[in-house]
Design a protein around this ligand. Structure first.
Ligand code: GTP
Ligand code: MG
Length: 181
């Protein structure tokens, strides 16, 4: 009977993954979408894409389009084009290379100056402190304060190598996206 029929909603979300070269953007995406990891570094040239389809709940399907953007600055001039129509961003830094954290505000400014939501609010941005398998000392309070100060939605220590917190972080981000007005 018609009353039993549920309307399934399908969402397509474009999410940017940005941060300095070598921090693990491609590795995080491949872990999340293919459950694959390699220790070999193969830098991303320009931009790459990956898709992930989720049956979020009985009435919601989510198609994530992850835009894996090269961190090397020689590719940086194209970001305005790549960022268009994104609904959220993930900024990744490498816990073993503090300079990559120093660049987080640069990437945040880049996003905030080039893309916004339809209602002109900034897109939600999540911070990932990657390679936590290699560096265990994390100043959690400082990162939490940093997120608050800069309007980031939150942060997670992650390891693409050991598969730590990748699914959890993505779930958190999707929940934020779904709760956008
Ligand atoms: P670009 O494409 O140049 O911007 O770099 P990227 O951010 O995509 O980095 P990529 O994923 O290619 O990873 C760089 C290197 O770090 C590779 O050798 C990976 O194997 C390694 N790596 C990535 N994630 C982790 C992690 O969680 N732990 C460890 N130990 N190594 C990692
Ligand atoms: Mg890459």
């Amino acid at each position: 009977p018609a009353a039993n029929r549920v309307q399934v909603k399908e969402h397509l979300y474009k999410i940017l993954v940005i941060g300095e070269f070598g921090v693990g953007k491609t590795s995080i995406i491949r872990r999340y979408t293919e459950d694959f990891f390699s220790d070999n570094y193969k830098l991303t040239i320009g931009v790459d894409f990956a898709l992930k389809n989720l049956d979020w709940d009985e009435t919601t399907k989510i198609n994530l389009q992850l835009w894996d953007i090269a961190g090397h600055e020689r590719f940086g001039h194209m970001t305005r084009v790549y960022y268009k129509y994104a609904i959220a961003a993930i900024i990744v830094f490498d816990l073993t290379r503090p300079a990559t954290f120093q660049s987080v505000t640069k990437w945040l400014n880049d996003v905030n100056s080039k893309v916004m939501l339809a209602n002109e609010e900034p897109v939600p941005v999540m911070l990932l402190a990657n390679k936590c398998d290699q560096e265990e000392t994390i100043d959690s309070n400082a990162l939490t304060d940093f997120c608050k100060d800069y309007g980031l939605i939150g942060w997670f220590p992650t390891s693409a190598k050991r598969n730590i917190n990748i699914d959890e972080a993505m779930k958190f981000l999707i929940e934020k996206i779904l709760s956008l007005p």
